[in-house]
Design a protein around this ligand. Structure first.
Ligand code: DAH
Length: 342
């Protein structure tokens, strides 16, 4: 068979095979079979070598024209088949608007941080600035500078996590009082929110770490009346209504007089209930007038300056506010518990 005939035959074979190629995959294989490096068209091209010089350009052009024609048939079919396949797939992929959506769960602020942040905002609005003290501190800042006698039970190994040498984990935020007095000249009006650590057995009522906010004000003529007014205003703002406070004498080495601040029970309004253990009052913080010994240690003249201080536990507030039965719930990271505090 002459090369011309074989060119014509190839065209017929191709057209026949094309009509039988129903899928994009079939057409891709067809492309390789005819137009690939080892394909049928290339085979014809190689045969040109054995033709005469006169035949070569004519036959070469015929093969080229055939290639162009067949390629265009093939590409057209491929485009059509691909379109059909896409349509089929899209028809299967219908969106069902009745299906329930996928819920995005958003994290939220931990209940302790919620109270902490609200208290900080209120105190800043009352003129205090925030100072963050170190969690790991020395005995001096946690105890000695705060006028704790050397044999005070709070220094006992049971309560304090001692680190190496003189270092310990602070047992209260009161350590920031000493740091602030060393660093800032009066007037000092500071709050110190943060974590505290105590070596206690973990139970429903106590944990080895918890949060406090310390507040203190040192200036000329700071009096008990200032402490009283600050407490009334702060607690009323925090609870969103005017609250009655009561001061009871108590002992803390770094204040004189030392006090315990009670609020009229927010649940029974003083009648007596489970929350206030039938007393009508809730104990919310320790407070007092800063002891002259503390001022002196920090080189502040107690004859010229005076100050008040208070410190409150945040977990206790959250427990009172939300009637939480167990302090351990704050640290268990149970989403069912945490999601209740929107
Ligand atoms: N630091 C005390 C504690 O952790 C609380 C306290 C009491 C802080 C009286 C004060 C204060 O500033 O004046 O138990």
């Amino acid at each position: 068979m002459s090369l011309t005939d074989r060119i014509g035959q190839l065209r017929e074979f191709f057209i026949q095979e094309l009509s039988q190629s129903g899928t994009a995959k079939d057409l891709e294989s067809l492309k390789i079979k005819y137009f690939g490096k080892k394909g049928s068209i290339q085979a014809l091209m190689l045969e040109l070598k054995s033709c005469t010089k006169d035949e070569r350009p004519v036959l070469g052009k015929m093969i080229n024209d055939l290639k162009v024609e067949l390629t265009s048939h093939c590409e057209n079919s491929l485009a059509r088949v691909k379109g059909e396949e896409l349509n089929k797939r899209l028809l299967k992929e219908v969106i069902d608007p009745t299906l329930p959506g996928r819920r995005q769960s958003l994290g939220r602020k931990h209940p302790i941080m919620q109270i902490l942040d609200r208290a900080i905002d209120i105190l800043i609005s009352m003129g205090f600035s925030v100072k963050l003290g170190p969690n790991a501190d020395t005995d001096y800042y946690n105890f000695e500078g705060l006028n704790f006698p050397p044999d005070h039970p709070a220094r006992d190994m049971q309560d304090t996590f001692y680190l190496s040498g003189d270092w310990l984990l602070r047992t209260h935020t009161s350590n920031v009082q000493v740091h602030a007095m060393e660093e800032i000249e009066p007037p000092i009006r500071v709050i110190a929110p943060g974590r505290c650590f105590r070596n206690e057995t973990i139970s429903a009522r106590s944990h080895v770490f918890f949060h406090q906010i310390e507040g203190f004000y040192i200036d000329r003529n700071v009096s008990f009346a200032d402490l009283f007014a600050t407490m009334e205003e702060f607690w009323s703002k925090l609870l969103g209504e005017k609250v009655e406070t009561r001061f009871r004498p108590s002992y803390f080495p770094f204040v004189e007089p030392g006090l315990e601040v009670d609020l009229r029970c927010t649940s029974c309004r003083g009648k007596g209930c489970r929350l206030c253990k039938q007393t009508g009052w809730l104990e919310v913080c320790g407070a007092g007038m800063i002891h002259p010994n503390v001022l002196k240690k920090c080189k502040i003249d107690p004859d010229e300056y005076s100050g008040y201080a208070w410190g409150m536990g945040i977990e206790r507030l959250a427990i009172l506010q939300h009637a939480i039965p167990d302090i351990r719930m704050f640290t268990q990271n149970d989403a069912r518990f945490l999601s209740q505090f929107a």
